[in-house]
Design a protein around this ligand. Sequence first.
Ligand code: AMP
Ligand code: GLY
Length: 424
Amino acid sequence: MNILILGSGGREHAFTLKLSQSDKVNRIYVAPGNAGTSQIATNININPTDFKAVKETVIKNQINMVVVGPEAPLVNGVHDFFLADTALQNIPVIGPKKDGALLEGSKDFSKIFMEKHNIPTARYQSFTKENLSEGFLFLETLNSPYVLKADGLAAGKGVLILDSLKEAKNELEEMLTNQKFGEASSTVVIEEFLDGIELSVFVLTDGKSYKILPSAKDYKRIGEGDKGLNTGGMGAISPVPFASEDFLSKVEERIVIPTINGLQKDGIDYRGFIFIGLMNVDGNPQVIEYNVRMGDPETEAVLPRIDSDLLDLFEGVANQTLDKKSFSINPKTAATVMLVSGGYPEAYENGKEMTGIEKVTESIVFHAGTTIQENKTLTNGGRVMAITSFGDTIDEALKKSYASIENIHFENMNFRKDIGFDLI
Ligand code: AMP
Ligand code: GLY
Protein backbone atom coordinates (compact mmCIF):
# COMPACT_ATOMS: atom_id res chain seq x y z
CA MET A 1 0.00 0.00 0.00
CA ASN A 2 1.03 3.60 -0.55
CA ILE A 3 0.37 5.90 2.37
CA LEU A 4 0.11 9.69 2.60
CA ILE A 5 0.72 11.20 6.02
CA LEU A 6 -0.40 14.81 6.53
CA GLY A 7 1.70 16.99 8.85
CA SER A 8 5.29 17.95 9.58
CA GLY A 9 6.10 17.36 13.25
CA GLY A 10 7.71 14.74 15.46
CA ARG A 11 4.34 13.00 15.59
CA GLU A 12 4.36 12.58 11.81
CA HIS A 13 7.96 11.34 11.80
CA ALA A 14 6.91 8.77 14.41
CA PHE A 15 3.98 7.66 12.21
CA THR A 16 6.31 7.45 9.22
CA LEU A 17 8.87 5.34 11.04
CA LYS A 18 6.28 3.00 12.52
CA LEU A 19 4.42 2.54 9.22
CA SER A 20 7.69 2.00 7.35
CA GLN A 21 8.19 -1.11 9.50
CA SER A 22 5.01 -2.72 8.15
CA ASP A 23 5.41 -5.41 5.48
CA LYS A 24 2.20 -4.20 3.89
CA VAL A 25 3.55 -0.72 3.19
CA ASN A 26 5.08 0.02 -0.17
CA ARG A 27 5.73 3.78 -0.39
CA ILE A 28 5.13 6.54 2.16
CA TYR A 29 4.65 10.21 1.33
CA VAL A 30 4.56 12.96 3.95
CA ALA A 31 3.05 16.37 3.30
CA PRO A 32 4.90 18.57 4.02
CA GLY A 33 7.15 16.46 6.31
CA ASN A 34 10.58 17.40 7.68
CA ALA A 35 14.24 16.40 7.31
CA GLY A 36 13.61 13.17 9.23
CA THR A 37 10.68 12.02 7.12
CA SER A 38 12.61 12.83 3.93
CA GLN A 39 15.20 10.18 4.90
CA ILE A 40 12.68 7.34 5.09
CA ALA A 41 9.83 8.60 2.89
CA THR A 42 9.08 11.16 0.18
CA ASN A 43 8.16 14.68 1.26
CA ILE A 44 5.58 16.58 -0.76
CA ASN A 45 5.66 20.30 -0.18
CA ILE A 46 1.97 21.12 0.11
CA ASN A 47 -0.18 22.52 2.89
CA PRO A 48 -2.34 19.78 4.48
CA THR A 49 -5.33 22.13 4.57
CA ASP A 50 -5.11 22.70 0.79
CA PHE A 51 -7.44 19.84 -0.11
CA LYS A 52 -7.09 20.35 -3.86
CA ALA A 53 -3.34 19.85 -3.54
CA VAL A 54 -3.93 16.83 -1.28
CA LYS A 55 -6.18 15.33 -3.95
CA GLU A 56 -3.59 15.86 -6.69
CA THR A 57 -0.94 14.20 -4.50
CA VAL A 58 -3.20 11.23 -3.79
CA ILE A 59 -4.06 10.66 -7.44
CA LYS A 60 -0.57 11.20 -8.79
CA ASN A 61 1.08 8.86 -6.30
CA GLN A 62 -1.64 6.19 -6.22
CA ILE A 63 -2.18 6.60 -2.50
CA ASN A 64 -4.25 3.89 -0.79
CA MET A 65 -4.67 5.47 2.66
CA VAL A 66 -4.35 8.93 4.21
CA VAL A 67 -3.24 9.36 7.83
CA VAL A 68 -3.96 12.79 9.27
CA GLY A 69 -1.55 14.08 11.94
CA PRO A 70 -2.77 17.53 13.04
CA GLU A 71 -6.29 18.70 13.86
CA ALA A 72 -6.66 21.53 11.33
CA PRO A 73 -7.32 19.38 8.22
CA LEU A 74 -9.82 17.28 10.22
CA VAL A 75 -11.69 20.25 11.66
CA ASN A 76 -11.72 21.75 8.13
CA GLY A 77 -13.26 18.54 6.79
CA VAL A 78 -10.56 16.65 4.87
CA HIS A 79 -12.33 13.34 5.53
CA ASP A 80 -15.67 14.74 4.31
CA PHE A 81 -13.88 16.11 1.23
CA PHE A 82 -12.65 12.61 0.37
CA LEU A 83 -16.09 11.05 0.86
CA ALA A 84 -17.70 13.65 -1.40
CA ASP A 85 -15.28 13.10 -4.28
CA THR A 86 -15.86 10.08 -6.55
CA ALA A 87 -12.13 9.75 -7.26
CA LEU A 88 -11.27 9.70 -3.54
CA GLN A 89 -14.22 8.18 -1.71
CA ASN A 90 -12.76 4.66 -1.56
CA ILE A 91 -9.46 5.82 -0.10
CA PRO A 92 -9.67 5.54 3.69
CA VAL A 93 -8.79 8.54 5.82
CA ILE A 94 -7.56 7.86 9.35
CA GLY A 95 -9.14 10.70 11.31
CA PRO A 96 -12.74 11.75 11.99
CA LYS A 97 -15.08 13.69 9.73
CA LYS A 98 -16.06 17.25 10.57
CA ASP A 99 -18.85 16.14 12.91
CA GLY A 100 -16.46 14.10 15.08
CA ALA A 101 -13.66 16.65 14.82
CA LEU A 102 -15.93 19.10 16.64
CA LEU A 103 -14.90 17.31 19.83
CA GLU A 104 -11.69 19.32 19.47
CA GLY A 105 -12.92 22.12 17.21
CA SER A 106 -15.51 23.35 19.71
CA LYS A 107 -15.05 23.19 23.49
CA ASP A 108 -18.73 24.04 23.87
CA PHE A 109 -19.69 21.05 21.68
CA SER A 110 -17.41 18.75 23.67
CA LYS A 111 -18.89 19.91 26.99
CA ILE A 112 -22.45 19.37 25.70
CA PHE A 113 -21.39 15.92 24.45
CA MET A 114 -19.91 14.96 27.83
CA GLU A 115 -22.90 16.23 29.75
CA LYS A 116 -25.31 14.37 27.48
CA HIS A 117 -23.43 11.08 27.83
CA ASN A 118 -22.63 11.38 31.53
CA ILE A 119 -18.89 11.59 31.05
CA PRO A 120 -17.16 13.09 34.12
CA THR A 121 -15.85 16.61 33.47
CA ALA A 122 -15.67 19.97 35.23
CA ARG A 123 -18.94 21.85 35.80
CA TYR A 124 -19.27 24.61 33.19
CA GLN A 125 -21.35 27.16 31.35
CA SER A 126 -20.82 28.80 27.95
CA PHE A 127 -21.23 32.48 27.12
CA THR A 128 -21.24 34.85 24.15
CA LYS A 129 -21.00 38.64 24.15
CA GLU A 130 -24.79 38.81 24.31
CA ASN A 131 -24.81 37.32 27.81
CA LEU A 132 -21.52 38.64 29.17
CA SER A 133 -23.13 39.84 32.38
CA GLU A 134 -24.41 36.33 33.09
CA GLY A 135 -20.84 35.16 32.58
CA PHE A 136 -19.73 37.56 35.33
CA LEU A 137 -22.43 36.15 37.62
CA PHE A 138 -21.35 32.55 36.86
CA LEU A 139 -17.73 33.45 37.68
CA GLU A 140 -18.92 34.72 41.05
CA THR A 141 -20.36 31.28 41.86
CA LEU A 142 -16.94 29.63 41.31
CA ASN A 143 -13.80 29.57 43.44
CA SER A 144 -10.34 30.69 42.33
CA PRO A 145 -8.56 29.78 40.09
CA TYR A 146 -10.92 30.51 37.19
CA VAL A 147 -10.70 28.57 33.91
CA LEU A 148 -11.71 30.33 30.68
CA LYS A 149 -11.60 28.51 27.35
CA ALA A 150 -12.05 29.92 23.88
CA ASP A 151 -14.57 27.67 22.15
CA GLY A 152 -12.67 27.28 18.87
CA LEU A 153 -9.13 26.34 17.83
CA ALA A 154 -6.63 28.87 19.13
CA ALA A 155 -3.29 27.17 18.45
CA GLY A 156 -3.13 25.81 21.99
CA LYS A 157 -3.35 29.27 23.51
CA GLY A 158 -7.08 29.53 24.12
CA VAL A 159 -7.16 28.41 27.76
CA LEU A 160 -6.63 30.94 30.54
CA ILE A 161 -6.29 30.02 34.20
CA LEU A 162 -6.60 33.09 36.41
CA ASP A 163 -6.26 33.60 40.13
CA SER A 164 -8.35 36.70 40.71
CA LEU A 165 -12.01 37.20 39.99
CA LYS A 166 -11.32 40.69 38.67
CA GLU A 167 -8.78 39.37 36.17
CA ALA A 168 -11.15 36.59 35.14
CA LYS A 169 -13.93 39.11 34.42
CA ASN A 170 -11.53 41.32 32.45
CA GLU A 171 -10.28 38.42 30.38
CA LEU A 172 -13.80 37.15 29.74
CA GLU A 173 -14.69 40.57 28.37
CA GLU A 174 -11.48 40.66 26.29
CA MET A 175 -12.29 37.28 24.80
CA LEU A 176 -15.97 37.93 24.06
CA THR A 177 -16.12 41.62 23.25
CA ASN A 178 -12.64 42.31 21.92
CA GLN A 179 -12.19 38.90 20.27
CA LYS A 180 -8.90 38.25 22.06
CA PHE A 181 -8.60 34.94 20.18
CA GLY A 182 -10.50 36.13 17.11
CA GLU A 183 -13.52 34.12 16.03
CA ALA A 184 -12.36 31.26 18.31
CA SER A 185 -13.38 33.23 21.41
CA SER A 186 -16.78 34.43 20.23
CA THR A 187 -18.03 31.72 22.60
CA VAL A 188 -16.21 31.07 25.88
CA VAL A 189 -16.53 28.06 28.17
CA ILE A 190 -16.07 28.88 31.85
CA GLU A 191 -15.44 25.86 34.01
CA GLU A 192 -14.52 24.72 37.46
CA PHE A 193 -10.84 24.27 38.15
CA LEU A 194 -9.85 20.61 38.58
CA ASP A 195 -7.09 20.00 41.06
CA GLY A 196 -5.05 16.89 40.34
CA ILE A 197 -2.39 15.31 38.14
CA GLU A 198 -2.83 15.30 34.38
CA LEU A 199 -2.32 12.50 31.94
CA SER A 200 -3.22 11.69 28.36
CA VAL A 201 -5.00 8.57 27.24
CA PHE A 202 -5.17 7.70 23.55
CA VAL A 203 -7.85 5.62 21.91
CA LEU A 204 -7.94 4.30 18.36
CA THR A 205 -11.47 3.54 17.18
CA ASP A 206 -13.27 2.32 14.07
CA GLY A 207 -16.51 3.77 15.42
CA LYS A 208 -17.62 0.45 16.93
CA SER A 209 -14.73 -1.04 18.84
CA TYR A 210 -11.58 0.52 20.21
CA LYS A 211 -8.03 -0.07 21.38
CA ILE A 212 -6.64 1.88 24.31
CA LEU A 213 -3.09 2.91 23.50
CA PRO A 214 -0.40 3.41 26.15
CA SER A 215 -1.00 6.36 28.45
CA ALA A 216 1.49 9.24 28.58
CA LYS A 217 2.24 12.40 30.46
CA ASP A 218 3.55 15.42 28.64
CA TYR A 219 5.45 18.42 29.98
CA LYS A 220 3.91 21.55 28.55
CA ARG A 221 5.78 24.36 30.25
CA ILE A 222 9.05 25.72 28.89
CA GLY A 223 10.77 25.89 32.27
CA GLU A 224 12.03 23.29 34.69
CA GLY A 225 9.70 22.47 37.56
CA ASP A 226 6.77 23.14 35.20
CA LYS A 227 7.31 26.89 35.24
CA GLY A 228 7.02 29.53 32.56
CA LEU A 229 5.11 29.75 29.32
CA ASN A 230 3.09 26.94 27.79
CA THR A 231 4.61 25.20 24.78
CA GLY A 232 3.41 22.50 22.40
CA GLY A 233 5.17 20.04 24.73
CA MET A 234 8.75 19.64 25.96
CA GLY A 235 8.83 15.92 26.63
CA ALA A 236 6.75 12.87 27.49
CA ILE A 237 6.85 9.72 29.57
CA SER A 238 4.93 6.52 28.83
CA PRO A 239 3.52 4.69 30.72
CA VAL A 240 2.51 6.94 33.59
CA PRO A 241 3.14 5.21 36.94
CA PHE A 242 0.09 6.67 38.69
CA ALA A 243 -2.14 5.36 35.91
CA SER A 244 -2.64 2.07 37.74
CA GLU A 245 -4.73 -0.77 36.38
CA ASP A 246 -7.54 0.31 38.70
CA PHE A 247 -7.39 3.94 37.55
CA LEU A 248 -7.25 2.92 33.88
CA SER A 249 -10.24 0.64 34.29
CA LYS A 250 -12.17 3.64 35.66
CA VAL A 251 -11.05 5.58 32.58
CA GLU A 252 -12.31 2.82 30.32
CA GLU A 253 -15.67 2.33 32.10
CA ARG A 254 -16.50 5.95 32.81
CA ILE A 255 -14.93 7.72 29.83
CA VAL A 256 -13.81 5.58 26.90
CA ILE A 257 -16.89 3.36 26.59
CA PRO A 258 -19.40 6.23 27.09
CA THR A 259 -17.46 8.28 24.53
CA ILE A 260 -17.53 5.56 21.85
CA ASN A 261 -21.19 4.76 22.60
CA GLY A 262 -22.08 8.46 22.70
CA LEU A 263 -20.57 9.04 19.27
CA GLN A 264 -22.58 6.10 17.91
CA LYS A 265 -25.81 7.28 19.54
CA ASP A 266 -25.28 10.75 18.09
CA GLY A 267 -24.79 9.29 14.61
CA ILE A 268 -21.14 10.29 14.41
CA ASP A 269 -19.16 7.67 12.48
CA TYR A 270 -15.75 8.27 14.05
CA ARG A 271 -12.66 6.54 12.63
CA GLY A 272 -9.39 7.65 14.06
CA PHE A 273 -7.65 8.67 17.24
CA ILE A 274 -9.26 10.22 20.29
CA PHE A 275 -6.82 11.89 22.65
CA ILE A 276 -8.41 12.29 26.07
CA GLY A 277 -6.77 14.87 28.33
CA LEU A 278 -7.56 13.73 31.87
CA MET A 279 -7.17 14.99 35.37
CA ASN A 280 -6.75 12.44 38.13
CA VAL A 281 -8.76 14.06 40.91
CA ASP A 282 -8.39 11.98 44.08
CA GLY A 283 -8.20 8.77 42.06
CA ASN A 284 -11.13 9.63 39.81
CA PRO A 285 -10.62 10.57 36.16
CA GLN A 286 -12.25 13.74 34.81
CA VAL A 287 -12.00 14.87 31.20
CA ILE A 288 -10.21 18.18 30.61
CA GLU A 289 -10.47 18.02 26.86
CA TYR A 290 -10.76 15.85 23.81
CA ASN A 291 -8.44 16.12 20.85
CA VAL A 292 -9.18 14.30 17.62
CA ARG A 293 -5.60 13.35 16.83
CA MET A 294 -2.54 12.02 18.60
CA GLY A 295 -0.58 14.30 20.93
CA ASP A 296 2.84 15.67 20.17
CA PRO A 297 5.29 14.79 21.81
CA GLU A 298 3.23 11.98 23.38
CA THR A 299 3.17 10.10 20.06
CA GLU A 300 6.96 9.93 20.08
CA ALA A 301 6.76 8.05 23.42
CA VAL A 302 3.59 6.04 22.73
CA LEU A 303 4.04 4.69 19.19
CA PRO A 304 7.46 3.11 19.80
CA ARG A 305 5.80 1.07 22.57
CA ILE A 306 3.24 -0.45 20.22
CA ASP A 307 4.58 -3.79 19.00
CA SER A 308 1.69 -4.50 16.60
CA ASP A 309 1.71 -3.52 12.94
CA LEU A 310 0.25 0.00 12.83
CA LEU A 311 -0.94 -0.36 9.24
CA ASP A 312 -2.85 -3.50 10.19
CA LEU A 313 -4.56 -1.51 12.95
CA PHE A 314 -5.35 1.33 10.52
CA GLU A 315 -6.88 -1.17 8.10
CA GLY A 316 -9.04 -2.32 10.99
CA VAL A 317 -10.13 1.28 11.54
CA ALA A 318 -10.97 1.72 7.87
CA ASN A 319 -12.86 -1.59 7.51
CA GLN A 320 -14.40 -1.58 10.98
CA THR A 321 -12.58 -4.78 11.91
CA LEU A 322 -10.47 -3.28 14.65
CA ASP A 323 -11.86 -5.80 17.17
CA LYS A 324 -10.22 -8.61 15.13
CA LYS A 325 -6.78 -7.03 15.19
CA SER A 326 -4.05 -8.13 17.54
CA PHE A 327 -2.66 -5.41 19.72
CA SER A 328 0.38 -5.67 21.95
CA ILE A 329 2.33 -3.15 23.93
CA ASN A 330 5.95 -3.18 25.00
CA PRO A 331 6.03 -3.02 28.82
CA LYS A 332 9.21 -0.93 28.87
CA THR A 333 9.13 2.76 29.67
CA ALA A 334 9.71 5.32 26.93
CA ALA A 335 11.09 8.76 27.76
CA THR A 336 11.01 11.55 25.19
CA VAL A 337 12.90 14.83 25.50
CA MET A 338 12.24 17.66 23.05
CA LEU A 339 15.04 19.86 21.75
CA VAL A 340 13.81 23.37 21.02
CA SER A 341 15.13 26.59 19.49
CA GLY A 342 16.39 29.19 21.96
CA GLY A 343 13.61 31.70 22.58
CA TYR A 344 10.77 29.25 21.90
CA PRO A 345 7.81 29.50 22.65
CA GLU A 346 8.39 33.18 21.90
CA ALA A 347 10.49 34.50 19.00
CA TYR A 348 13.33 32.24 17.79
CA GLU A 349 15.56 31.92 14.74
CA ASN A 350 15.42 29.17 12.12
CA GLY A 351 18.21 27.91 9.89
CA LYS A 352 20.69 26.79 12.54
CA GLU A 353 22.90 23.95 11.35
CA MET A 354 22.51 20.76 13.35
CA THR A 355 25.39 18.37 13.96
CA GLY A 356 25.97 15.06 15.71
CA ILE A 357 22.56 13.51 14.99
CA GLU A 358 24.22 10.48 13.36
CA LYS A 359 26.18 9.80 16.57
CA VAL A 360 22.98 8.90 18.43
CA THR A 361 22.78 5.11 18.64
CA GLU A 362 20.93 4.34 21.88
CA SER A 363 17.83 6.45 21.23
CA ILE A 364 15.30 7.08 18.49
CA VAL A 365 15.59 10.51 16.89
CA PHE A 366 12.32 12.04 15.71
CA HIS A 367 12.68 15.19 13.69
CA ALA A 368 10.11 17.95 14.18
CA GLY A 369 11.09 21.46 13.00
CA THR A 370 13.96 20.49 10.68
CA THR A 371 14.74 20.82 7.00
CA ILE A 372 17.56 19.79 4.68
CA GLN A 373 19.40 22.32 2.54
CA GLU A 374 22.54 21.53 0.56
CA ASN A 375 22.98 18.30 2.54
CA LYS A 376 22.86 20.13 5.85
CA THR A 377 20.18 19.59 8.47
CA LEU A 378 18.87 22.96 9.62
CA THR A 379 16.43 23.94 12.34
CA ASN A 380 13.08 24.99 10.97
CA GLY A 381 10.72 25.51 13.88
CA GLY A 382 10.40 26.04 17.63
CA ARG A 383 10.26 22.38 18.52
CA VAL A 384 13.16 20.88 16.59
CA MET A 385 13.65 17.26 17.54
CA ALA A 386 12.36 14.61 19.97
CA ILE A 387 14.73 12.05 21.47
CA THR A 388 13.11 8.85 22.73
CA SER A 389 14.72 6.02 24.68
CA PHE A 390 13.52 2.85 26.34
CA GLY A 391 14.37 1.67 29.83
CA ASP A 392 13.20 -0.68 32.54
CA THR A 393 12.58 2.40 34.64
CA ILE A 394 11.81 6.04 33.87
CA ASP A 395 15.21 6.96 35.23
CA GLU A 396 17.05 4.55 32.95
CA ALA A 397 15.11 5.70 29.87
CA LEU A 398 15.72 9.35 30.69
CA LYS A 399 19.44 8.82 31.25
CA LYS A 400 19.72 7.34 27.77
CA SER A 401 17.85 10.22 26.18
CA TYR A 402 19.97 12.81 27.97
CA ALA A 403 23.19 10.96 27.04
CA SER A 404 22.10 10.90 23.40
CA ILE A 405 21.35 14.62 23.47
CA GLU A 406 24.98 15.32 24.39
CA ASN A 407 25.90 14.38 20.83
CA ILE A 408 23.56 16.87 19.19
CA HIS A 409 24.42 20.51 18.71
CA PHE A 410 22.89 23.62 17.22
CA GLU A 411 23.16 27.27 18.17
CA ASN A 412 20.88 28.25 21.07
CA MET A 413 19.62 24.69 21.57
CA ASN A 414 17.38 24.39 24.63
CA PHE A 415 15.68 21.47 26.38
CA ARG A 416 14.26 20.65 29.79
CA LYS A 417 16.62 18.68 31.98
CA ASP A 418 13.86 17.53 34.35
CA ILE A 419 11.40 15.62 32.20
CA GLY A 420 9.66 13.04 34.41
CA PHE A 421 10.83 14.83 37.57
CA ASP A 422 7.44 14.45 39.24
CA LEU A 423 7.15 10.74 38.46
CA ILE A 424 10.48 9.41 39.74
P1 AMP B 1 -6.58 22.47 27.07
O1 AMP B 1 -6.21 23.36 25.93
O2 AMP B 1 -8.04 22.25 27.25
O3 AMP B 1 -5.73 21.23 27.11
O4 AMP B 1 -6.11 23.22 28.38
C1 AMP B 1 -4.77 23.55 28.55
C2 AMP B 1 -4.34 23.18 29.94
O5 AMP B 1 -5.08 23.93 30.90
C3 AMP B 1 -4.62 21.74 30.28
O6 AMP B 1 -3.63 20.89 29.82
C4 AMP B 1 -4.66 21.80 31.79
O7 AMP B 1 -3.36 21.81 32.32
C5 AMP B 1 -5.28 23.14 32.04
N1 AMP B 1 -6.72 23.02 32.30
C6 AMP B 1 -7.71 23.05 31.38
N2 AMP B 1 -8.91 22.92 31.97
C7 AMP B 1 -8.68 22.82 33.29
C8 AMP B 1 -9.52 22.67 34.44
N3 AMP B 1 -10.84 22.64 34.35
N4 AMP B 1 -8.91 22.57 35.64
C9 AMP B 1 -7.57 22.63 35.76
N5 AMP B 1 -6.74 22.78 34.73
C10 AMP B 1 -7.27 22.87 33.50
N1 GLY C 1 1.04 17.58 23.72
C1 GLY C 1 -0.25 18.14 23.69
C2 GLY C 1 -0.90 18.15 22.38
O1 GLY C 1 -0.48 17.52 21.43
O2 GLY C 1 -1.91 18.81 22.27
